[in-house]
Design a protein around this ligand. Structure first.
Ligand SMILES: [Zn+2]
Length: 132
């Protein structure tokens, strides 16, 4: 077992803990995998450990900020019958931006979130934006 680099007494154990995450006064509990010390409870997270909670935390922040969450974005895009590529063309982003939004790897800027929300309520307006 690896010795803890923080307290130098305990040992690091690979496990998943309940971690409380706070954003703008709101809290959420996430299942955070990582290597945690059995003595001082400090932890080391690698890229995969951080990825495990990224979507959940990002969606939580979006809800508090009044932005669309990853699943809402996917739902609206499908309702509008747009591919991820077509949706990206509509908002002028990188071609892979919707796959990143929908996987919870990126948060849309507020105007993009607003546009999608409007199109969700008025899907017939889409043709006005896509006619050339
Ligand atoms: Zn320790």
């Amino acid at each position: 077992m690896k010795k803890c680099p923080f307290c130098k007494e305990g040992f690091l154990e690979k496990k998943t803990i309940k971690e409380t995450y706070t954003y703008k006064g709101h809290t959420i509990e996430v299942d955070q995998p990582g290597e945690f010390c059995n003595s001082c409870e400090e932890g080391i997270l690698n890229a995969a450990d951080m990825k495990a909670t990224e979507k959940q935390i990002r969606d939580f922040q979006s809800q508090i900020d009044g932005l669309l969450t990853s699943s809402e974005i996917q739902k609206i895009r499908r309702k509008l019958k747009l591919t991820q590529k077509q949706a990206a063309e509509l908002v002028g982003g990188n071609t892979n931006i919707f796959s990143r939004y929908e996987r919870g790897e990126a948060t849309p800027m507020r105007p993009i979130s607003h546009l999608l929300r409007l199109l969700n309520n008025h899907p017939e307006q889409l043709q006005e934006l896509t006619k050339s």
